[in-house]
Design a protein. Structure first.
Length: 215
């Protein structure tokens, strides 16, 4: 009588293959979970209305439209990278209308500064501005002073939360409106001067100086 060969070696090989696959998928799944846990979390951004949104949906935040912003060598201005700069003042609206309140102008302007400082978007904004008006503008020269002061993401949060700057004074004369004031946050005193000119029924920001120091 002929004895058949034992199937044990084949069974052992199959079992080892199955165990190998189980170990492989277990290790792979563990590594993917660890990678997800250590991934960088998108920092919420504070928007104009005080709410928080992630960087991915920041461009969908509705903000008042703005027209051109002009600045000199010791002043500065900013814009959201997703907001186009209009070369036609009459085409813009929002806070730049003659009916704009003091709080709207101050909040809107400083919120633009906050956003550009946090995203380091001064260069692209001034490039767009120079293109719109066919004038030479040196972004670095206009922005370095302000960027040096804004080193804390929460510095202008009180403005974005709707609190008008402390001690704001307003002057208006022959189509020009200026604001000066200060607010205190994060152990800092932040002083500012804003100057606007009324052109074609729109308030155009012509100068801004922001200075920050610890008390």
């Amino acid at each position: 009588m002929i004895k058949s060969k034992s199937p044990k070696p084949l069974i052992i090989v199959i079992v080892l293959l199955i165990l190998g696959l189980v170990v492989y998928y277990y290790i792979n799944d563990k590594n993917s979970n660890e990678s997800a846990e250590t991934s960088t979390v998108t920092k919420p951004k504070i928007t104009f209305d005080g709410s928080t949104r992630s960087a991915s949906d920041q461009k969908n935040v509705d903000q008042p439209t703005t027209d051109a912003t002009t600045a000199n060598s010791d002043s500065d201005s900013t814009d959201d990278p997703d907001t186009a700069v209009s070369s036609n003042p009459s085409a813009a609206g929002g806070v730049n209308t003659p009916e704009a309140t003091d709080q709207e102008l101050v909040r809107y302007t400083l919120s633009r500064f906050y956003y550009a400082a946090e995203t380091d978007n001064f260069t692209s904004f001034f490039d767009d501005l120079a293109t719109s008006f066919a004038q030479h503008t040196d972004p670095a020269d206009l922005s370095e002073t302000f960027k040096a002061y804004i080193d804390n993401p929460d510095l202008l949060k009180p403005i974005l939360d709707g609190q008008l700057a402390i001690g704001t004074s307003t002057k208006e004369n022959a189509g020009h409106r200026s604001y000066s004031g200060q607010f205190i946050t994060d152990n800092r005193v932040v002083a500012f001067d804003l100057n606007y000119a009324l052109v074609e029924d729109h308030w155009l920001l012509t100068r801004i100086i922001v200075d920050s120091k610890r008390p």
